[in-house]
Design a protein around this ligand. Structure first.
Ligand SMILES: Cc1ncc(C[n+]2csc(CCOP(=O)(O)OP(=O)(O)O)c2C)c(N)n1
Ligand SMILES: [Mg+2]
Length: 380
């Protein structure tokens, strides 16, 4: 939705390049008559505080992951650390398009930290999860972003591999059955789109015209497998045709383009028009997780996408169009640093769970009735 940009990768990357602008291309372009010093019309129906908030959430996401990386290297993170470096606009822009006041509901994947923060997850709780602290939302039973908060409208992930699509089809079916005007949003990776679970969930949601937005995050890789090695489809948005739903494609490194395309899909869903599949073109700039050194990724490819950094791009846009000054952005950066200093200080030295509590909050208490399908053989 913005004009071509000199910082764009000049040569076609060896993984799918982002589409430059979606159906709304040019919507935020400065009107020809605008004075050079006058701020451009505000885009996407957003006000200045919201434009700055998008910037804040992207910065918060990246900075929180950087803090986590330091803690990981100190051996304080338990389990894997999954980065969303370069994908912050995808998570933040899409989650921001939901109406939290209306009870909209989101199902994140491991790379959707930004979505969780937009929905109201607290950095201190994310830190506690990664460090498996007794104080974490799952009391140290689960790790990283595998936690949910029904009040804030997000679900704990059960699998990264497409299984959340049928789960969210079920959840949005309950919205329909109860007559609620809520919308669900589910993320699925390019690799996970090749699973049976994705297909079944899409088919159910599409055939029932459920109020669901499906965000396909095309970041070029599924673990070490490049997109063209696991599907013959060139445009993942084309998969929508198989389900009879609209398929859209947008530049996933342009936070406003992501917001706009998702917002339209949310509105369609709320109006009873059913599912939209949105392919966001972005790139995974880190390995699958922190232990993966990406030896299979060409160096030039990484360098090209680094030049297309979503936060740098948005900061330049805010500056050029007069939507947020350098001072306002610096204040947002300072707020991020302050909040994370406090969150790390709070979480870092908290205790791990006592071993004796390991089985608490795992099984239902009191235990459920003996299962009806099981009958003990009569004795004697
Ligand atoms: C059944 C199963 N097989 C393999 C894995 C390991 N695994 C986790 S994520 C992943 C790749 C996912 O790729 P994609 O859907 O493109 O998402 P991305 O990681 O790029 O966000 C794999 C192979 C798993 N969790 N479950
Ligand atoms: Mg992927």
């Amino acid at each position: 939705m913005t004009a071509p940009d000199a910082r764009r990768p000049e040569a076609a990357p060896s993984v799918a390049p982002p589409a430059r602008g979606g159906p709304e291309a040019g919507a935020t372009a400065r009107p020809a008559a605008a004075r050079a010093d006058a701020p451009s019309a505000l885009p996407a129906g957003l006000g200045r505080p919201q434009l700055l908030e998008l910037y804040y959430f992207m910065r918060l996401t990246r900075a929180l992951e950087e803090r986590l990386t330091n803690l990981y290297r100190q051996g304080k993170v338990i389990g894997g650390l999954f980065r969303s470096l370069g994908q912050e606009a995808d998570s933040v822009g899409s989650a921001y398009a939901l109406d939290r006041g209306a009870g909209d509901f989101l199902s994140p994947l491991i790379r959707n930290l930004g979505s969780l923060l937009v929905m109201g997850a607290r950095p201190v709780d994310v830190l506690r999860q990664y460090m498996a602290k007794a104080t974490s939302p799952t009391r140290g039973r689960e790790l990283n972003v595998h936690f949910g908060d029904l009040e804030h409208g997000f679900l704990g992930q059960i699998s990264h591999l497409g299984d959340m699509v049928p789960v969210m089809a079920g959840i949005t079916l309950t919205f329909r059955m109860r007559g609620e005007r809520r919308v669900g949003l589910v993320y699925v990776g390019d690799g996970a789109m090749s699973t049976g679970a994705f297909h079944e969930g899409m088919n159910l949601a599409a055939s029932r015209r459920l109020p669901l937005v499906v965000i396909a995050e095309n970041n070029g890789y599924a673990y070490s497998t490049r997109l063209d090695r696991q599907t013959a489809v060139k445009r993942l948005a084309d998969k929508a045709k198989a389900y009879g739903v609209p398929g859209e494609r947008a530049d996933g490194n342009d936070v406003l383009a992501v917001f706009e395309v998702t917002r339209r899909a949310v509105e369609r869903a709320r109006a009873g028009e059913g599912v939209t599949l949105i392919e966001l073109l972005t790139y995974r700039r880190k390995g699958h997780a922190e232990h993966d050194n990406q030896s299979y990724v060409p160096k030039e490819e990484l360098a090209r996408w680094e030049r297309d950094d979503p936060i740098d791009r948005y900061a330049a846009q805010l500056e050029e169009r007069g939507w947020a000054s350098a001072e306002a952005r610096a204040a947002a950066d300072a707020r991020v640093a302050r909040e994370l200093d406090a969150a790390v200080a709070e979480a870092e030295h908290e205790p791990l769970p006592e071993p004796v509590t390991a089985l608490e909050a795992v099984y239902a208490e009191p235990a459920a009735q003996p299962a009806a399908w099981y009958r003990e053989a009569p004795r004697g």
